[in-house]
Design a protein around this ligand. Structure first.
Ligand code: SF4
Length: 102
Protein backbone atom coordinates (compact mmCIF):
# COMPACT_ATOMS: atom_id res chain seq x y z
CA UNK A 1 0.00 0.00 0.00
CA UNK A 2 1.19 3.51 -0.75
CA UNK A 3 2.16 5.71 2.16
CA UNK A 4 -1.24 7.22 2.87
CA UNK A 5 0.27 10.25 4.55
CA UNK A 6 1.68 11.20 1.15
CA UNK A 7 -1.60 10.82 -0.73
CA UNK A 8 -3.20 14.00 -2.03
CA UNK A 9 -6.30 15.19 -0.27
CA UNK A 10 -9.86 14.36 -1.30
CA UNK A 11 -9.96 17.06 -3.94
CA UNK A 12 -11.24 15.84 -7.30
CA UNK A 13 -8.80 18.01 -9.25
CA UNK A 14 -5.85 16.18 -7.67
CA UNK A 15 -7.15 12.83 -8.93
CA UNK A 16 -8.71 13.91 -12.22
CA UNK A 17 -5.75 12.75 -14.27
CA UNK A 18 -6.57 9.14 -13.39
CA UNK A 19 -9.75 9.33 -15.45
CA UNK A 20 -7.67 9.98 -18.55
CA UNK A 21 -5.20 7.14 -18.12
CA UNK A 22 -4.79 4.78 -21.07
CA UNK A 23 -4.70 1.86 -18.65
CA UNK A 24 -8.40 2.29 -17.98
CA UNK A 25 -8.94 0.33 -21.20
CA UNK A 26 -6.51 -2.43 -20.18
CA UNK A 27 -6.60 -5.33 -17.77
CA UNK A 28 -4.99 -4.57 -14.40
CA UNK A 29 -3.13 -7.84 -14.89
CA UNK A 30 -0.91 -6.03 -17.39
CA UNK A 31 0.23 -3.51 -14.75
CA UNK A 32 0.39 -5.64 -11.60
CA UNK A 33 2.33 -8.88 -11.51
CA UNK A 34 0.89 -12.04 -10.02
CA UNK A 35 2.58 -13.60 -6.99
CA UNK A 36 5.85 -15.24 -7.83
CA UNK A 37 6.17 -13.89 -11.36
CA UNK A 38 9.84 -13.65 -12.33
CA UNK A 39 12.17 -13.61 -15.30
CA UNK A 40 10.98 -13.29 -18.89
CA UNK A 41 7.29 -13.42 -17.97
CA UNK A 42 7.67 -10.43 -15.70
CA UNK A 43 9.85 -8.52 -18.14
CA UNK A 44 7.38 -9.12 -20.98
CA UNK A 45 4.42 -8.02 -18.88
CA UNK A 46 6.29 -4.92 -17.70
CA UNK A 47 7.23 -4.13 -21.30
CA UNK A 48 3.58 -4.45 -22.36
CA UNK A 49 2.50 -2.11 -19.55
CA UNK A 50 5.19 0.44 -20.41
CA UNK A 51 4.05 0.41 -24.04
CA UNK A 52 0.59 1.46 -22.87
CA UNK A 53 2.11 4.16 -20.65
CA UNK A 54 4.20 5.47 -23.54
CA UNK A 55 1.05 6.61 -25.32
CA UNK A 56 -0.76 7.80 -22.23
CA UNK A 57 -1.71 11.49 -22.09
CA UNK A 58 -1.24 11.66 -18.30
CA UNK A 59 2.03 9.76 -17.98
CA UNK A 60 3.86 12.60 -16.26
CA UNK A 61 1.15 13.13 -13.65
CA UNK A 62 1.00 9.39 -13.05
CA UNK A 63 4.75 9.08 -12.58
CA UNK A 64 4.89 12.05 -10.25
CA UNK A 65 2.07 10.62 -8.17
CA UNK A 66 3.66 7.17 -7.92
CA UNK A 67 7.01 8.61 -6.86
CA UNK A 68 5.47 11.05 -4.40
CA UNK A 69 3.31 8.47 -2.60
CA UNK A 70 5.83 5.67 -3.08
CA UNK A 71 3.47 3.28 -4.79
CA UNK A 72 4.94 -0.10 -3.90
CA UNK A 73 3.32 -2.21 -6.62
CA UNK A 74 2.78 -2.15 -10.33
CA UNK A 75 3.84 -0.12 -13.33
CA UNK A 76 2.96 3.57 -12.97
CA UNK A 77 4.07 6.26 -15.36
CA UNK A 78 6.17 3.73 -17.30
CA UNK A 79 8.21 2.87 -14.21
CA UNK A 80 8.22 -0.54 -12.55
CA UNK A 81 8.28 -0.91 -8.78
CA UNK A 82 11.95 -1.86 -8.99
CA UNK A 83 12.73 1.28 -11.00
CA UNK A 84 10.93 3.41 -8.43
CA UNK A 85 12.87 1.72 -5.63
CA UNK A 86 16.09 2.50 -7.49
CA UNK A 87 15.03 6.14 -7.77
CA UNK A 88 14.40 6.34 -4.02
CA UNK A 89 17.79 4.80 -3.32
CA UNK A 90 19.59 7.03 -5.78
CA UNK A 91 21.48 10.21 -5.03
CA UNK A 92 19.64 13.32 -3.81
CA UNK A 93 17.68 14.81 -6.67
CA UNK A 94 17.40 11.51 -8.52
CA UNK A 95 13.70 11.14 -7.74
CA UNK A 96 13.05 14.65 -8.99
CA UNK A 97 14.97 13.85 -12.16
CA UNK A 98 12.94 10.65 -12.56
CA UNK A 99 9.74 12.64 -12.23
CA UNK A 100 10.85 14.90 -15.04
CA UNK A 101 12.09 12.11 -17.32
CA UNK A 102 9.63 10.81 -19.83
S1 SF4 B 1 1.01 6.32 -17.32
FE1 SF4 B 1 0.52 4.14 -17.46
S2 SF4 B 1 -0.15 3.52 -15.43
FE2 SF4 B 1 -0.21 5.77 -15.52
S3 SF4 B 1 -2.30 6.32 -16.07
FE3 SF4 B 1 -1.12 6.19 -17.96
S4 SF4 B 1 -1.33 4.10 -18.72
FE4 SF4 B 1 -2.00 4.14 -16.58
Amino acid sequence: MAEVSRLPGPVADLWQWQLDGSCRRESPDVFFHPDGERGPSRRNRDRQAKAVCAGCPVMQSCREHALRVREPYGVWGAMTSNEREAAYAGPPGFVAASRAAS
